[in-house]
Design a protein around this ligand. Sequence first.
Ligand SMILES: Nc1ncnc2c1ncn2[C@@H]1O[C@H](COP(=O)(O)OP(=O)(O)OP(=O)(O)O)[C@@H](O)[C@H]1O
Ligand SMILES: [Mg+2]
Length: 512
Amino acid sequence: MEHERTLGDGEDLVIEMRKISKQFSGVLANDEVDFTLKRGEIHALLGENGAGKSTLMNILYGLYSSDGGEILLNGEKKEFSSPNQAIQNRIGMIHQHFMLIPTLTVVENVALGLKDQRFYRLNLKKVEKRIMELSELYGLAINPWARVGELSVGEQQRVEILKVLYRDAQVLIMDEPTAVLTPNEVTELFIVLRDITKRGNSIIFISHKLWEVMEISDRVTVLRDGRRIETVETSLTTREKLAEMMVGREVILQYDHPPVRVGAPILQLEDVHCADDKGLEVLRSLSFSVCAGEVVGIAGVDGNGQKELAEVVHGLRHVDFGKIFFNREEITNKKPRQIIARGLAHIPEDRHSTAIVMDFSVTENLTLMNFDSPPFTTYGMRHSRVCTEYAQRMSDLYDIRGGGVTEEIRNLSGGNQQKVVIARELDRNPDLLIAAQPSRGLDIGATEFIQKQLIAERTKGKAVLLISTDLDEVLAVSDRVLIIYKGEIMKEIIPSQASFEEIGLAMAGVRD
Ligand SMILES: Nc1ncnc2c1ncn2[C@@H]1O[C@H](COP(=O)(O)OP(=O)(O)OP(=O)(O)O)[C@@H](O)[C@H]1O
Ligand SMILES: [Mg+2]
């Protein structure tokens, strides 16, 4: 494809980043990184959590200023001191965490910040027209007058893409765009991305999923510890080679399940019904149990009641009908605090809004659930040294990197923030662990570690409820898998005895 073109004269390069360096208090996030982007290419950026991917892209987008190095756009030296300048130079970015305003409509979100919006109301019609044209052109179906907060994650991402296309971007930076998408949505997104590059625009694509990188990209650049390790043509490499470049060793995501005697039921749901945020019934007659010594996986397409299932068990959502038992005691509609005290740990899907406090340090976030009890506090006295030592130990154990335990968690990379939540919840030695999308956003080394931990918990005799839309993960980790569809269990399978086709049909709601 684009590979045959000659390089070096700068003609085909849209972006050239030369020797980019960026230091944060104590962390060299980018160390003389070279990066080039060709016209019409999809260039993947790979690296472990904290390797410096988001930082490099934030520099290109004008969010951070670099400490050294230079950026050339179409062969011309440029400096962007704000995203606005980057946008004016036709560079767009879709962040790891969306930046849309949920209470506004699609049209309003796209119009936000446009320069020619002086006659705001009048021009919204024009904006709508253009959105519809673009949506048609790129196959990005959307209702322009829907409120963004009511859209699914996949649809919200379409709005982000439309926003960038609306501004006529020639370079589209996508920071882990697939992390929150279902397999079908990923397929749809890839069609859109190919379309965008066919029109001569270029894309920088960040992902931890190697098969995605292999499928969608033309070239790959691997970062490790802030340095560029290599840039390779995708067609000349393999998943295994990329994994090795990233972590410096071979990674095999295949696990043993040492035999354990399955014990008493720890969690039991009986005919549970509940409504979603819009008041529509989302769990319908849900019944199942999880016993001590087993991982029960919940598989299914996102939005079939998974989120609400975790919430009713945690006491965060009202159960309208039916009963929930934890260690044989009824906990239906009890307060979260009471349920947690009985031995529940929960790694929630939406970690940003529910599991961490952005302004708190790593130490404070690690001790969030029990800061007021021993050993962290005795007789009303908080022992900061004990907290720090504990946080240090957890950071080593879970490989939490970036800035140290006193750093505000907002300054950690996406994956490292996640590791903080996982470390805290696993260390509470729960009877029941609910893990929702536990490896979302984690690099392959961290994914392997976390998945092994889930199995280790179960081998210790704990009950683990794994909720994941990643079928590979559910099948690799679970002892039993329940397939959920529209708030009901469609089917139960044993991972070693089922085919992908069979599971796919059940996920689509087809009964045998
Ligand atoms: N604003 C900031 N203040 C302090 N340190 C920061 C800041 N932003 C990033 N860092 C640090 O720079 C390093 C690189 O972070 P970056 O977010 O670029 O990683 P990443 O490759 O995107 O990782 P992930 O896959 O987890 O998203 C990390 O050690 C991180 O803690
Ligand atoms: Mg990142």
